[in-house]
Design a protein around this ligand. Structure first.
Ligand SMILES: [Cu+2]
Length: 145
């Protein structure tokens, strides 16, 4: 091997080593990017699971007004069920349907420990609120029995 070809071999060798090093470095960045985005995805998944998986609809016929809040804002009942609202606050509340029907009418204001009951015989979703505190609101979903 003469000097010239030895030189060429060394240059080729250096270039190859350089390429391999660059490839390893690139692979390394790629991997670490994958890892971090994978972790992020995992975190987002678990976060959205805890916030979105419960439908928030409760199968109950009892609604409590407590702390100026509707404790069961979304309920689902079978046709023919009587739903009872109970006021646990010192302040008076009412039940005001967004759209009154023959079955679902606005209650009078009722005080602590008092109740209001409505029997739902017609399938549908009924929205209501408390007229003195319109931010207190909920829905009653009536399904086929
Ligand atoms: Cu109220």
């Amino acid at each position: 091997m003469n000097k010239e070809s030895l030189g060429k071999t060394m240059v080729v060798g250096v270039v190859v080593i350089g390429l391999v090093a660059a490839a390893v470095a690139f692979k390394g960045t790629e991997n670490s990017t994958d890892h971090s985005s994978g972790t992020m995805r995992g975190m987002n998944d678990s976060m959205s699971d805890t916030t979105s998986s419960p439908s928030g609809i409760q199968e109950t016929n009892k609604v409590s007004y407590k702390g100026f809040d509707v404790e069961q804002p979304k309920i689902r009942v079978k046709k023919g069920t009587t739903v009872t609202w109970t006021n646990e606050d010192s302040a008076k509340h009412d039940v005001t349907p967004t759209t009154e029907t023959e079955e679902f009418k606005t209650s009078k204001l009722f005080g602590k420990g008092e109740t209001y009951s409505v029997t739902f015989n017609t399938v549908g979703t009924y929205s209501y609120y408390c007229s003195p505190h319109p931010y207190m609101k909920g829905t009653v979903e009536v399904v086929e029995s």
